[in-house]
Design a protein around this ligand. Structure first.
Ligand code: IMP
Ligand code: MG
Length: 184
């Protein structure tokens, strides 16, 4: 198993890029069928979802779609702080629109719930959620996930947009943290 080191922690490969691409293709097909003709506004949650959004948007091939970006952060190191900060707001008109949130991972679900509620309060007609990864065991809120790429165990992961203290976002595969007792 391929291992990498980020700062002081070891990670081993858990989801290869080929599998990620396959999952994205399947999600894109489903989206295309659901959203054709709806003039959808996709909102990519930065920073983590940048790579997923880029790959997904290339596959979706909708000609009436728009993409925007929203920056939030709720993680500091490995533990979720539960604090949600909106750093860059939205400039688009949301009222009456079909909006799809693009997220890298739903962990506790606080981030996605916050964005979901804010979009509804701005008057969106419908808000859908697309996440590449979902940790069902970590979920703490009540939220409907419309598009889920892969369900994963409650481990800390990096790669394909996800970071460990700012590092690892550029990796094309996804890696899981190696617990101390399994290290060399
Ligand atoms: P939530 O609010 O707890 O659902 O956390 C969502 C955000 O935390 C995601 O957008 C990620 O940026 C980050 N996050 C959650 N789990 C992980 C992980 O395993 N590795 C890296 N970042 C994570
Ligand atoms: Mg994120």
């Amino acid at each position: 198993m391929k291992r990498i080191k980020l700062w002081d922690e070891e990670f081993e490969i858990s989801i290869p890029n080929s599998q990620i691409q396959q999952v994205i293709k399947e999600m894109a097909e489903k989206m295309k069928a659901d959203l054709e003709g709806k003039e959808t506004l996709f909102i990519c949650i930065l920073n983590g979802a940048f790579m997923f959004a880029s790959e997904l948007m290339k596959e979706v091939e909708l000609t009436d779609a728009e993409i925007s970006f929203l920056k939030l952060s709720s993680y500091s190191g490995i533990n979720s702080t539960g604090e949600i900060k909106e750093l860059i707001g939205l400039n688009e008109v949301i009222t009456g629109r079909t909006v799809v949130i693009i997220e890298d991972i739903v962990d506790s679900g606080h981030t996605i719930k916050e964005v979901f509620d804010q979009l509804l309060s701005k008057g969106a007609r419908e808000v859908k959620v697309a996440t590449l990864l979902f940790k069902p065991q970590a979920l703490k809120v009540n939220i409907k996930l419309d598009y889920v790429g892969l369900e994963i165990p409650n481990d800390f992961i990096v790669g394909f947009g996800l970071d460990y203290d700012r590092r690892g976002r550029n990796l094309k595969d996804i890696y899981s943290l190696v617990k101390e007792q399994f290290r060399n």
